[in-house]
Design a protein. Structure first.
Length: 194
């Protein structure tokens, strides 16, 4: 019964700058779609990246910095798709984003399957501890493949420099990390043509 549904055009992996997993995942999407490429730092700033003051020296662009780690952690402040859509509009990129919050993901297999078949991009924002108990942070990943078997699995594209560029996990573990009990409700961003 093993069936696989993949993205129609493969992704070319890129590596994130510190705290820039969402911005890098967006670059994966721009590169795959052969649309205008924008610098990772510009994307990060426009999506509200918040970093420790001590890390600003690693960036060419001035980011929002704080002395103490915020409750929801370091990283972008894209919560509902609005900043991502504003970014697409500002840079005249013919894409749109729709966020499906954890609470609204009723049938993840159907949702992912349909969107991969349509050629849409799926960016997952999840807390990694449901996949690996030692990783207690939120992270952006790209869903590149859905494997339907007794236990549904996904192949994920990962911008993290310390991880394999593509790896596999159980779909339920990926979705479980989106629950608001990990700080705030996350979900799947569906990126499609405008």
């Amino acid at each position: 019964m093993n069936q696989s549904i993949k993205t129609k055009t493969p992704y070319i992996p890129l590596t994130q700058q510190k705290y820039c997993c969402v911005a890098c995942a967006v670059q994966w999407i721009l590169l795959r779609r052969k649309v205008k490429m924008v610098e990772q730092e510009i994307i990060a700033k426009e999506l509200g990246l918040t970093i420790p003051r001590s890390v600003q020296k690693l960036f060419n662009v001035k980011m929002r910095t704080l002395k103490k780690k915020p409750k929801i952690g370091w990283g972008t402040r894209e919560q509902d798709g609005n900043k991502l859509n504003a970014f697409f509009k500002k840079h005249q990129i013919p894409l749109k984003a729709k966020k499906i919050f954890y609470e609204d993901i009723k049938d993840p297999v159907k949702l992912i399957s349909e969107n991969l078949q349509k050629g849409n991009d799926i960016m997952a924002i999840t807390n990694m501890q449901t996949i690996d108990k030692n990783k207690k942070y939120g992270h952006a990943l790209i869903v590149t493949e859905l494997i339907l078997d007794k236990i549904s699995r996904v192949v994920l594209g990962d911008p993290d420099a310390k991880e394999p560029k593509f790896w596999e996990t159980e779909l339920d573990k990926l979705i479980a990390g989106m629950d608001k009990k990990y700080g705030y409700s996350q979900g799947l961003y569906i990126i499609s043509k405008k």
